[in-house]
Design a binder for this molecule. Structure first.
Ligand code: SAH
Length: 244
């Protein structure tokens, strides 16, 4: 009676931790959103696979619980890290009445880290991760977090920057940050990290406006006031003193 809530990393098996691989291998059942289950299909042969569509998060947890209550070991797969906009929290809530089911979170490489590595070293110092999805958070709160993160001179990493319904949220976010950091702020974005078609771009805050490259498979990085481009890499200095 065990559920591993597994962060599989951004998509490529090279980014998956040995612990995540082991948890999937050890499980009889694999539960998850279709795309993520597909990303680990090399590991699911001979296992019961229960894939669901995008918006059925709670149902997915119930399926995992149901299977675990039958005495099975279940791997509930999430992209990136299971605890960063992942399913680790909701899984524990759904299973609250069943303390006999062990729930183990298996860490993964979140898009902030894998994307930062593609761009260079934009995070390095204090940074804030903000999701632009207002499905579970009010837009006013998101705006406040953006404003205060910019005022605090945090590097900002944005998840869920755009969807069909929320196509202009990234523009609104850029406008909020521009008021504090200016339109020339060094920024970058990475699409499909670790997956087919990975694409990255270093740009300015201005370039994020009306940008058709940006979609729901993109992670965006907005620098702080010291972030710069060094030999084609986006770098936030940590503040070490350099004698050049
Ligand atoms: N648990 C995941 C995040 C899920 S929220 C993690 O830790 O990475 C979904 C958002 O994450 C996407 O809209 C996108 O902004 C980001 N993301 C996740 N995987 C990505 C990938 N492979 N490439 C680019 N962005 C990704």
């Amino acid at each position: 009676m065990k559920i591993y809530v597994v962060g599989i990393g951004p998509g490529n098996s090279l980014y998956m931790t040995p612990e995540a691989r082991q948890a999937i291998e050890e499980s009889q059942v694999v539960v998850g959103y279709t795309l993520y289950v597909d990303l680990v299909k090399d590991l699911t042969e001979g296992k019961e696979v229960r894939a669901t569509s995008m918006k059925q998060e709670v149902d997915r947890c119930k399926i995992a619980l149901e299977e675990a209550l039958q005495g099975k070991t279940v791997a509930f797969v999430c992209s990136g890290d299971a605890g960063v906009y992942g399913m680790a929290g909701i899984m524990s809530e759904v299973a609250e009445a069943h303390p006999e089911v062990e729930i183990k979170t298996v860490a993964g490489i979140t898009a902030a880290c894998s994307g930062a590595a593609v761009l260079g070293a934009p995070l390095i110092h204090d940074f804030a991760v903000i999701s632009l999805s207002d499905l579970l958070t009010k837009w006013e709160i998101i705006e406040k977090r953006l404003r205060l993160a910019a005022e605090g001179d945090f590097v900002i990493c944005l998840y869920n920057p755009k969807s069909k319904k929320r196509h202009d949220y990234i523009d609104k976010a850029a406008e909020i940050v521009a008021k504090v950091q200016g339109w020339d702020l060094p920024c970058g974005y990475v699409k499909h990290i670790g997956r087919d078609g990975e694409y990255s771009k270093i740009c300015t805050l201005q370039d994020l406006l009306n940008n058709d490259d940006i979609d729901m498979f993109t992670t965006i990085f907005m620098g702080n006031s010291t972030t710069k481009v060094i030999n084609g890499k986006l770098v936030t200095p940590r503040g070490y003193h350099l004698d050049k």
